[in-house]
Design a protein around this ligand. Structure first.
Ligand code: PLP
Length: 380
């Protein structure tokens, strides 16, 4: 076997930060020189309860010590408790646990194809749903999906939030319609509540399943448990991952009783899905979100940023709760400036929009640091 120094042992995936990240606490991470960074990126929108929240750490440690793993071949109390808790939190009836966002979406789309017997999917321009084959079929990212074009399932792609286009669309052969209720990677694009209601009615009329990809919008981030509650629309399926277990890998496919009643044991499955460690982390995550008022914090943090960023290099604050976009004609330079100020933010597919997806318990100190850094940006 050939091993050369030019090939790193760890395959590169994302451009890394210019420092070694060794520790996290709340809304900050620390580098190997002990320097603190405000984390408005949240480890890819994952760290819902903040880094290493003591309640989550304690629950995970206790579970690891008592039973690290057993598959769904055995009934395990912590898994049943997690299922009861997350279905109640999301306002859904049943859940299938898996391990990641793409896997949750893959299974949601598989369920739609299976239950309707149809061969087509529908999704939205700018939508991003993951890197497995069905998830790529509905993702609007040609750079990523074009090499696999022949393997993808035919997908009708509609403009997001457009009532007229929705009314004109023919969904009669569509198995499922999937969307991010707020399109994140596309640059924090939102749609009107009436559009969500029209979409629900359109899917009902056409017999297509409605799937909310809530991998970013869920788990309290919009100031409500899920976007489904925020917009007052009950989809047939909701997918969750990222913040679901505060960073312990976990995905979930939440469904209505009508969907669950049509699935047989064996239709879905996963070795690691619903492992005790992830279930314990999920239970602790929901407990922290509810007991510590993190949904209210997400709302008030968004209000503060909207108020305080007026008159700065940021021309508009997009999004809801703590899934926010900062529009700026100088977005790239602003991101670099924030990096110098030791503040991590995300980019997006829109070169004029930076994304904020910090822990839901982001502190006033962190928010003030961000506001001050943005106001100190030397405008050209
Ligand atoms: C909206 C959305 N859906 C799906 C995924 C895929 O999740 P994962 O990376 O856990 O497979 C992502 C990941 O960024 C996402 O943001």
């Amino acid at each position: 076997m050939v091993k050369t120094d030019s090939i790193p042992a760890l395959l590169p995936t994302y451009p890394p930060y210019p420092f070694l990240l060794v520790r996290g606490e709340g809304d900050r991470v620390y580098d190997n020189h002990g320097q603190a960074w405000w984390d408005f990126y949240g480890g890819h929108c994952v760290c819902a309860t903040g880094h290493s929240h003591p309640t989550v750490v304690k629950a995970v440690a206790a579970q690891a010590a008592s039973l690290l793993f057993y598959s769904a071949a055995a009934a395990i109390p912590v898994r049943d408790q997690a299922a009861t808790q997350i279905t109640a939190f999301a306002g859904m009836d049943s859940v299938f646990f898996c391990n990641s966002g793409a896997e949750a979406n893959e299974n949601a789309l598989k369920v739609a194809l299976l239950l309707t017997g149809r061969k087509k999917l529908a999704a939205f321009q700018g939508g991003w749903h993951g890197r497995t084959l069905l998830a790529m079929s509905v993702t609007d990212d040609p750079k990523m999906t074009d090499p696999f074009a022949d393997q993808l399932v035919p997908t009708l792609r509609l403009p997001f939030g457009d009532l007229a286009a929705l009314a004109a669309a023919d969904l009669s052969e569509v198995a499922g319609v999937i969307l991010e209720p707020i399109q994140s990677m596309a640059g924090i694009k939102t749609a009107a509540p009436e559009w969500f209601q029209a979409l629900r009615a359109k899917c009902d009329a056409a017999g297509a399943l409605l799937i909310f990809d809530e991998i970013q919008t869920g788990m309290g981030r919009m100031g409500m448990p899920f976007a489904a509650q925020f917009y007052g629309v009950r989809p047939d399926l909701i997918t969750s991952a990222k913040g679901l277990a505060s960073g312990v890998p976990m995905g979930a496919l939440l469904m209505t009783a009508a969907v669950a009643s049509k699935l047989k044991s064996g239709d879905l499955g996963s070795t690691f899905g619903g492992g005790p460690l992830a279930c314990a982390a999920l239970l602790a995550t929901v407990e922290v979100i509810v007991k510590e008022g993190l949904m209210a914090n997400a709302k008030s943090a968004a209000d503060l940023l909207r108020q305080e960023l007026v008159g700065s290099v940021v021309s508009e604050v997009l999004g809801e709760g703590l899934l926010l976009g900062l529009r700026s004609a100088h977005a790239a330079a602003l991101k670099k400036h924030l990096m110098v100020e030791k503040i991590l933010v995300g980019g997006s597919g829109d070169p004029t929009v930076l994304r904020l997806m910090p822990p839901l318990n982001v502190s006033g100190e962190a928010l003030q640091a961000l506001v001050a850094a943005i106001h100190s940006f030397p405008q050209p």
